[in-house]
Design a protein around this ligand. Structure first.
Ligand code: ZN
Length: 273
C-alpha cells in the first residue's frame, strides 16, 4: 500500500482549485488564468481516474518482478454459460492456469460456472457486483457495497475469498484504494490487453497481447462480453489457443495471480479456508 493516501491528493488539489477560484473572484489574479489552472487540474484528476494503470489513484499491480518464466492470464466479465466452459476446456488442453475476475450478479446467475472455475484449480477474483458504468463516480459507501456483495457471493460459491480486485473498465476513484486495503484486496490492472471485447481482428488482438511480453506480465482477456471476429465467432475462440501456443513456444507458463505473486492460501490470507 502506497504511503500517500490518494484521497488526500485529490482533496488537496480540489482545495488548491478552491483557493485559486477565490483569488480570481477577488481580482487577486486574472480570471482567465485562474479558470485555466482550475480546468487543467480537473482534467488531470479526471485523467488519473480514467487511466487504468495510474498510481495517483492508488497502488496497482500490472506485473510481478519475477525470475520465473510466468505470465498471469486474467479473464474479466464472466462467468458466461457459453464462453466460460469453453475457456476452461482450452486452458486444460494446454495445462494453463488463470485468474477469473467474476461479476457478482453474473456469479449468482451462473453458479455452476463459478464452481467449475474453482474446481479446475483457477483463482476467482472480484470484478465488482454490478459492473456498473457509474463505478468510478460512486462514493465510499456504494463502493464498499459493490466490493463486499461480490466478495460474499464468490466466497460462498468457492469457499475461498478473492484476493485481487479489478474495477469495471479499469476506471477508479481515490476512495477505492483505502477500501481495498481494509479488506486485504490487491488492485490489479494489466501489462497488456488486446481489446478483445470490441476488436474484430484476432491477429491484432493477439499481437497486442504478445508484443514486448516479458516474464511476470499480467494479460487481460474476457470470457464475458467477448467481441466477435469477422465470421461472427467469439474472438476468444481464435485468440486463446493461439496465445497459449505462443506462450509455450516462448517457454512461458500461464499461471494465476496468487501463483505469480507467491500468495499461499495458508500464510497470505487467514480468511481463506
Ligand atoms: Zn469488466
Amino acid at each position: 500500500m502506497s504511503k500517500v493516501d490518494p484521497r488526500r491528493v485529490f482533496q488537496t488539489m480540489n482545495l488548491v482549485d478552491g483557493l485559486i477560484g477565490a483569488a480570481a473572484a477577488a481580482h487577486l489574479m486574472p480570471l482567465t488564468q485562474g479558470l485555466a489552472w482550475i480546468g487543467l487540474t480537473q482534467v488531470a484528476l479526471a485523467g488519473a481516474c480514467l487511466c487504468p494503470r495510474c498510481r495517483l489513484v492508488g497502488p496497482v499491480l500490472t506485473r510481478a518482478a519475477t525470475a520465473r518464466p510466468y505470465i498471469a492470464l486474467s479473464f474479466d466479465d464472466g462467468p458466461d454459460p457459453a464462453l466460460t466452459p469453453w475457456t476452461l476446456k482450452t486452458l486444460k488442453q494446454y495445462g494453463a492456469k488463470a485468474s477469473f475476475f467474476c461479476i457478482g450478479t453474473r456469479a449468482r446467475l451462473y453458479r455452476q460456472d463459478v464452481m467449475a472455475i474453482a474446481r479446475a484449480g483457477h483463482s476467482i477474483e472480484n470484478h465488482s457486483d454490478q459492473h456498473s458504468y457509474r463505478f468510478a463516480f460512486l462514493g465510499s459507501r456504494a463502493l464498499a457495497r459493490e466490493i463486499d456483495a461480490a466478495q460474499r457471493t464468490l466466497e460462498d460459491l468457492c469457499g475461498q475469498a478473492p484476493r485481487f480486485f479489478r474495477a469495471p473498465f479499469g476506471f477508479r476513484n481515490p476512495w477505492l484504494a483505502p477500501l481495498l486495503a481494509d479488506r486485504g484486496l490487491h488492485y490489479t490492472a494489466w501489462a497488456h490487453r488486446g481489446f478483445d471485447t470490441w476488436n474484430h481482428d484476432s491477429d491484432r488482438v493477439q499481437s497486442r497481447l504478445t508484443r514486448d511480453l516479458k516474464p511476470g506480465d499480467i494479460l487481460l482477456l474476457h470470457d464475458g462480453h467477448s467481441g466477435r471476429d469477422r465470421q461472427n465467432r467469439p474472438i476468444i475462440h481464435t485468440v486463446l489457443p493461439q496465445l497459449l501456443q505462443e506462450l509455450q513456444k516462448r517457454g512461458l507458463t500461464a499461471v494465476d495471480l496468487p501463483t505469480l505473486f507467491d500468495l499461499s492460501p495458508s500464510t497470505a490470507d487467514p480468511r481463506l479456508r
